[in-house]
Design a protein around this ligand. Sequence first.
Ligand SMILES: [Zn+2]
Length: 343
Amino acid sequence: MERFVTLAVAVALALSACSSSETNAAGDPADGSQSGGSVPGDRLVIATTVAPITSLVSQIVGDRAEVVGIVPEGTNSHTYEPKPSVAELLSRADIIFVNGLMLEEPTVELAEANMAEGAEIVELGNTVLPESEYLYDFSFPEADGKPNPHLWTDPSFALAYVEVVRDRVSEADPDNADYYAANYDAFAALIDEFDTAMRESFETIPEGQKKLLTYHDAYAYFAANYGWEVIGAIQVSDFEDPSPKELADLIDQVKAEGVTAIFGSEVFPSPVLEQIGKEADVEYVDVLRDDDLPGEPGTVDHSWFGLMVFDYVTMTEALGGDASAIAALDVRNVAPDIATYPQ
Ligand SMILES: [Zn+2]
């Protein structure tokens, strides 16, 4: 672990000293290819979208590839439109990993228009989830044709994502396939540990409390897997506030469900949810995150794992459970994370 950290610092320093398009090792054939496509001996260039995906990709590639995120943390990833300047990154990327499930359509369109020959876009969600298992709900109604895209908040899908990442980067960069495979194995062990701790903590939540009323409905697949019930989400598909009638119904529903807390998102402050909390006399917890990582880039908390530990400790404690099994986990990266996270 310590060796990785030292190496990460060394690579970060080397990276800051030269632009990556000029990092070909001496002796590489000058084939004139300026961008995209894999050049033997060259590091892969990987573009990613939201921060949890960037973190997951980094768990596999470590410092053997250049990883650059696109969607700035703290923005609404569902409506985000990349600046034209992102085209430069997309034009030199070998692989573009996106969540898919129609989360990042403007970015995918920009990628299709600018990517180099031989480069590929990998839609992780579409790859691991058969269409028959897409979830539609209040915030993501089937009529709009966009499924709930938040697979990554369920650790089993996060593991499925990194499996796809491992396979694709190993194809594109077979020299490092053993390294990618070892990182995958270490991450799978971490997921196993996390899953056990989650189930242990969730069992301590009082009967009938494993219910989520959230602002932003980012936990649908998680809930299905871990026996929680999503009782509602405030954020409708057009990102407008609910009508007075809908609001009154939600207040009645929260009272009837008997939950002790409802959950807002740190990215989407919601006076409406605050009002529901007050009128139904339940705690309003407004700190959940689905794609804005905690902490600062370069710290271990600033990772997919740090994000998930934060959310599930928060939910468990607010609903009267004991989150110590999750809180006791060693939040860590299994490979050095030197990715670029736009802020
Ligand atoms: Zn979201």
